[in-house]
Design a protein around this ligand. Structure first.
Ligand code: PCA
Length: 325
């Protein structure tokens, strides 16, 4: 047999072999966002923790920036077992499973503390939904609050009509349409290109993605809105997870729990740094005007109502549990 075939088979076996026989499993982990973004850096720290706590039995290699699979393909790659593990923006999957848009509800949870409370309320139903998709979530991590980027001053929806808007999921496309803008879904990894070529000249995101993509090269204004703090999640294929022994599962979960905490702390630490960097690079960073904010809140209420219709009883249960605490 040709050597490269032998090598290929050996590699395939290491990813499926039982821990008991002493072989390490090598797990490739595609991640969707920039290598220098804290989500990806924390992914590397997670991999280090897993290696340490499993005594080298699970060896994760992180592939950030959509380099192994593009952001839009990572979930399917994990679901179908092309890779055992991966990371992606959770509400990007709300078109397939509306419940996964729980963290994309405007003005429901606008601080890190409230966002954590909302995740506590959502966790069980989200995990049940992910189980239906053949996925197990290991940890989630919030982005800073979401606001609007433009290439001009914007005081209300009178200024947003006809603008081409980069959306990152179906909820943000709806938001844009309500403001008279024209949405087009684009990966964060392709955002600079889209702005440079005029495919989009506005988007909603955190200061983090604006900083990663150096959007000051194309845009001039950021309006803080803090509409929501959406989350990324690290997911494992259910069969891969089920085949692990209990000790390995708890070692991985310990690494995941620690990374959930360190990643959320990092996000909160960096939130203002990103705004400062946008300003240093010439952007105007300010609060949205009261008039614009009021319009956004009205659209937000409509979007939450629509989400509750689509997400059904489990969606309502999340909101009720959140409000009860
Ligand atoms: N950055 C990601 C998702 C949310 C965020 O703050 C993006 O814009 O794609």
């Amino acid at each position: 047999m040709a050597n490269f075939l032998k090598a290929g088979i050996a590699l395939a076996l290491t990813t499926t072999a039982a821990i008991a026989d002493g072989h390490a499993q090598n797990w490739d982990m595609p991640m969707a966002y920039a290598a220098t973004n804290y989500h990806s850096e924390q992914g590397v720290i997670f991999a280090d923790r897993v290696r340490e706590y499993t005594d080298g039995a699970i060896n994760i290699t992180v592939h950030p920036g959509g380099s192994l699979f593009g952001g839009g393909d990572i979930k399917r790659a994990v679901q179908t077992g092309q890779v055992p593990i991966g990371e992606r923006f959770m509400s990007a999957h709300a078109n397939e499973a509306p419940l996964l848009g729980w963290d994309n509800l405007p003005f429901i949870a606008t601080s890190y503390a409230d966002n954590a409370k909302l995740w506590d309320a959502a966790r069980d139903s989200v995990n049940a939904q992910l189980a239906d998709l053949n996925l197990v979530a290991l940890y989630t991590c919030p982005w800073p609050g979401q606001g609007f980027y433009f290439n001009k001053e914007v005081a209300s929806s009178a200024d947003t009509q006809g603008i081409k808007f980069r959306s990152y999921n179906s909820a943000t496309a709806t938001f844009a349409q309500e403001l008279g803008m024209i949405p087009v879904q684009i990966e964060a990894a392709e955002l600079s290109q889209a702005l440079a070529t005029g495919v989009a000249s506005s988007f909603i995101s955190s200061g983090s993605t604006g900083y990663d993509r150096k959007v000051w090269e194309h845009l001039s204004h950021y309006y803080k809105v803090n509409a929501w703090l959406p989350r990324n999640y690290v997911m494992v294929n259910t069969q891969v997870w089920d085949e692990l022994d209990d000790a390995t599962k708890s070692a991985i979960q310990k690494a995941a729990d620690e990374t959930a905490a360190s990643c959320a702390a990092k996000s909160e630490d960096l939130a203002n740094f990103y705004f400062e960097e946008l300003e240093k690079n010439g952007m105007t960073v300010e609060n949205a005007s009261p008039e614009f904010l009021k319009e956004l809140e009205t659209i937000g209420e409509k979007m939450t109502k629509e989400w509750l219709v689509n997400a059904g009883d489990s969606g309502q249960a999340i909101i009720d549990a959140y409000n009860a605490n």
